[in-house]
Design a protein around this ligand. Sequence first.
Ligand SMILES: Cc1cc2nc3c(=O)[nH]c(=O)nc-3n(C[C@H](O)[C@H](O)[C@H](O)COP(=O)(O)O)c2cc1C
Length: 243
Amino acid sequence: MARRLFDPADARRLLNPGPVSIVTASWRGTANATPIAWTASLSMEPPLVGVTIHPSRHIADMIRFAGAFSLNIPGPALLKHVAFLGSLSGRDADKIEAAGFETFTGLRNDAPLIEGCLAWLECDLQEVAPHGDHLLFVGQVYKVHALEEAYSSFWLLEERDLSPLTYLGGDRYAVIGEPLRAEYQVDEHGALVVETVEEREQREEDEAAEQEREKLEGEEGIQEIEQAAREAQRDDGMRRRFF
Ligand SMILES: Cc1cc2nc3c(=O)[nH]c(=O)nc-3n(C[C@H](O)[C@H](O)[C@H](O)COP(=O)(O)O)c2cc1C
C-alpha cells in the first residue's frame, strides 16, 4: 500500500464522515433548509454543537436573525433532497416547498423539522465566531428527537434506511454501515493485545475456509473453461460439416 501527501485542504474531506445535517431556521414567516456537513459536538454540559457555515449562505443570515436553528439528520432516503437543497439558495426559492418536504413544529423554536429524517436537534444560537472564511455558529441543544428504531443512546445501524447519511464531498455520499463493538484486552505489561488466542484461531479458521473456497472455485473455473473449449470445438465441427 502506498502512502502519499495530499493538499492541506483535503483535511475537510478526510474528517467528513459524520452525519449530514439539514439546518433549518425560520424568520418572519419564511423558512430555509440548507445541508451542512461541517458540524461538531463542542461541549457535553451544557450540550453545545458547532455548525460551520459560509457567510454567503442565506441560512447564515436566517440563523442570526432568528437566534435559533434546528439540525435535521437524514438517512439515505433523502439523498436526492440533500443534494438538491445544496444546489440553490433560499434567497431565490422556497427550498422546503421545492423539495416537497412535509414538516412538523418543534418544541423549542420555530425552525421547521423535516418529516422523513431520523433525528432532530433544536438549538438556541449562543455565539457566532469567524474562523477563516467560514462562521462557526455555536448552538445550545435544548430538544433532541430521534426515531426509536434508528437511535437508542447510539445509532443502532440495524437497517440501511435508518442509518445516517454522511457526505464525502462532490456528489459522493455514504451510509454509516457496519456496527462494530470494541472489546479489547491488555497483557501483563498493560499493552494492547491486538489479537487474542481465540481471535487468532478464528482468523486462521476463516482464512483456511476462504482458501478452500478459492481452490474449489478455481477448479470449477478450470472445468468451465474446459467445457467451453469442448463446446467451441463441437460448434467448429458442426460449422465445418454445414459449410
Ligand atoms: C452535503 C452538503 C454539505 C454541505 N456542507 C456545507 C457546510 O458544512 N457549510 C457550508 O457553508 N455549506 C455547505 N454546503 C453548501 C450549502 O448547502 C449550499 O451552498 C446551499 O445552497 C446554501 O443554501 P442557502 O443559501 O439557502 O443557505 C453543503 C452542501 C451539501 C450538498
